[in-house]
Design a protein around this ligand. Sequence first.
Ligand code: TRP
Length: 339
Amino acid sequence: MTNKKSRVLSGIQPSGDLHIGNYLGALKQWVDHQKEFDAFYCVVDLHAITVPHDPAELCAKTREVAALYLAAGLELEHATVFVQSHVRAHTELAWLLNCITSLGWLYRMTQFKDKSAKYGADDAIFAGLLNYPVLQAADILLYQAEFVPVGEDQRQHIELTRDIAIRFNNTFGETFTLPEVMNPPQGAKIMGLDTPGAKMSKSTDSQLHAVYLLDTPDVIMKKFKRAVTDSFGEIRFSDDPERAGVNNLLTIYQAFTSKSKADIEAEFEGKGYGALKTQVGETVVESLKPLQQRYHELTGDQGYIDQVLAQGAEKAALVADKTLADARERMGFLPSKHT
Ligand code: TRP
């Protein structure tokens, strides 16, 4: 019997600040399940330049997101943590895959449709935005990942990755493992505090939308106190869109405390929304404390994160370079004598 662990890969873009939706929907799941998998987690900086970006901010955020991966609890003996652009194979495989990816497949991607609509005219939409999912496919296929822990909004990109892999395998011979979406066991979907009808987002101008992982206790409390609720005055889980605000607060509370829905509803029986907001806010403040403390320790030591990332890139490149070499060979590139 073999007990080889399944390979997983995922990544978060270093654009905007990470919030509790990213934490509960992704990061916490990675941490909770890290021992079960052979995991690769990257900071996908190359994806962050598909829309206009600020160079200084890209650099700072890349380190910040990597530090947050570790602060959240990823352990280096279970997970390889690295920066996408540090492993050159990603961009090279992306080019190879671009040449077997149909434009029709890319135009159909909802994320492309949404983002390109936001940027308006064709002249303001760069080719990188369209090709974004091909780079994502390269990220996944280079590591022969069997599972990709991502939210529902990324399912289409994983399906595209499979289509690209199938086309490559059929054309040039079996090379890539077909990945599957790994649905987090109870990965909570967190909505915006001021927009309970829409998922919590990183790109927003509103001060009351998202609770960021590095927010101070005061800011966190303020955001919860001003969270949108309703006028029903009832504290219970519900999928009624009109009760989405209260449901979201309860979902956040449940995700951080791991209590059952029934216990939570009993706890708030007869209480008002003010008490609910205070309790959820305090719970989030307390839950984030260890992560924030660890973040400050890790980043206080100048150079530590960069060193972790250098080791991560080295480990990642061992796997990625081998897959890339196979893909190059199958596609018929003349082997280079220059390494
Ligand atoms: N597109 C993903 C997102 O927006 C980020 C991403 C890039 C990713 N490459 C990946 C996720 C590879 C999983 C695997 O969330």
